[in-house]
Design a protein around this ligand. Sequence first.
Ligand code: ADP
Ligand code: MG
Length: 733
Amino acid sequence: MLELSTPVQYVKGVGPRIAEVLAAKGIHTVGDLLHYLPFRYEDRLNPRGIAELRAGEMATVIAEVRNSGLFRTRRMPIFQLTVGQGRARLRCLWFNAIYLQDKFQPGQLIALYGKVEEDGRSRELQIIQPQFEILGDSSDGENGTEKKAAESLEVGRIVPIYEATGRLTPRWFRRAVRTALDNLTPDLPEPIPAIVRARLGLISKRAALWNVHWPEPGESLNDLQSSRTPAHIRLIFDELFFVELGLELKRRQQKAQTGIGFRLDERVRAAIKKILPFHPTAAQKKVLQEIASDMEKPYPMRRLLQGDVGSGKTIVGFEAAIIAIENGCQVALMAPTEILAQQHYFSARRILENAGYRIVLLTGSLEADRKREIRRHIAQGNAQLVIGTHALLEEKVEFAKLGLVIVDEQHRFGVMQRLKLMKKSGVDEEASQASLGVEGSESKPQAGPGEPDVLVMTATPIPRTLALTLYGDLDLSVLDELPPGRTPIVTRKVNDDRSDEVWEFVRKQVRAGHQAYVVYPVIAENEESELKAAGKMYRELSGKVFADMKVGLLHGRLDADLKEQVMRMFQRGELQILVATTVIEVGVDVPNATVMVIEHAERFGLAQLHQLRGRIGRGAAKSYCILVTGGKVTEDGEKRLNAMVRTNDGFQIAELDLELRGPGEFFGTRQAGMPSFRVANILRDGQLLEAAKREAAAVLAGPNSEISSEEIRRALIHMRALWRHTYGLVEVG
Ligand code: ADP
Ligand code: MG
């Protein structure tokens, strides 16, 4: 009998060689194989008669090969196949398909799937480039009974279609999956508590695994294609439930730790008021309230502050910092780039230093001596606000009394990575066990100053369902209002044969006293030959086009001092035009800059374009974003640019971005912290995700009449195994 954890090579017909091919697809165990779901189903129970086909429909046809042949036209070779049912005939065409030449023999039974079309001239129906599968292939050397059994997997039912991989055809998968199911142990572990299964009407795991591959005859093809059959729902819920259970457990563990209960009295309030350079927006007030009330509690804050570019997150972070500092604690503020860390340092000094707060900047590029000195300041507790890059985390800086960690612009990090990061920093070390009464872990949380609060700030407006998954261990605050007096940014798209007009426009804006960014996708020409590069264009713009103006160059390869110098000059208005790469993408704040020219705009992702555009429109003057395209623009590229022209709303942009790229890419790479789901799709399965979150919370509320401690124990054990093996994280639980 096979268990779900049995290595896949022990499935009959797999063996070590094929197991290797499967491993490349992430299929290592029987369970992995059974979660390799069909991407499509074909109704071969009621295949269409050729005579009843209509132009325009998608259809499955099962018919006999009559004849086939390759003919060459002037433009390309075309392969033509004619199939028949009795007298009825249907023609199929494949372009450039020389490889099909010897594929078919008259008399073979074949299943075809594709869009039925009417030939313009002959008015006959045909299918162009259909997907096909030869059902009666005499060359695979099976004996009679096996062949019959195999055929029954191919016709007379709804048939699962798997994505082929290498030489493993959909047919091969059908048989392998079937064999695995036939030999699967009858008693699969059932780690989801009974009451949860009942509430959601979930079918058994065994039934789900069978039906998802071999649907029952009456099953709706629509539900199958949209992954909405009871079998799909069961498997999707499974996956989401254990991810949410892990996150929920994490959240509870965090709350079970001893934190710091900051005091928020009149003195602290007055200190906050004193530094504010402007009236906070209603949204800023509300969000600060949420943060402050977390900070007052005796357990550690874990909060995500989400707000579109320019919504004013920085000042909220500073306000939180004051609460901690006024309570005698230190604060660490971490930014993803040195430039941004520097900028925070400048504004912190501008806003906070007058009030007497002691601020230091600690970045990787500082000289060793200077670093040592700063570290000493931090260790002795002299430095109250420590600003740095994420390297701060990695380098294990010692604080005298760290009370609050602020992580800025963390849109590139998903939950998995963040958990790893916090672990590394020691922020979450020695996480105490959530006391569920079922874990047998009596270890008390350590005494001492208490875990610091953590505030994560991000500019990526994440759709709620995604926030639930990616940041399920955090509480969520949203800044949903921009500071007053902003005029919406005007965005235009132009081809680069109109560069002269673009430069003329930039010139006018600069003459009027404003500043401009010009952004390129690469630094040097040789990186990607046909792209204009920042380095070369800097020479051209500063030497020729804007010879009479002050132009600067900023990119990642400059050494840190120079970077700082350029940025500071631009900030002070000593440079009028800044030629840059995407180093300026995140967080840079120069309100006098009103023009953002992005060359090769078609090369940038939507989130990136939005971030870049977020560098302007920060003051009262009207701002302009000019998206210059050079070269061919793909269909998706066109969609991205049009979205930019259409809206300034980061939320809408994020949703479209997510749609265009899919959740995996949306957050950069897989490693950037998306749990890589096998069957779930968070775009499609938002409702199930919410249910999973709710039920995970119910389970962790502890044993009661509905859920026994034994059930909770089983669920947690299963969850830990999953997190360890699938997500490579051991720190949960
Ligand atoms: P982000 O949320 O993108 O980090 P910032 O914190 O950099 O935004 O703020 C954007 C700009 O808006 C800054 O110049 C900041 O000083 C200004 N700002 C923030 N809050 C307000 C406010 N309530 N009133 C006026 N200006 C504000
Ligand atoms: Mg910011």
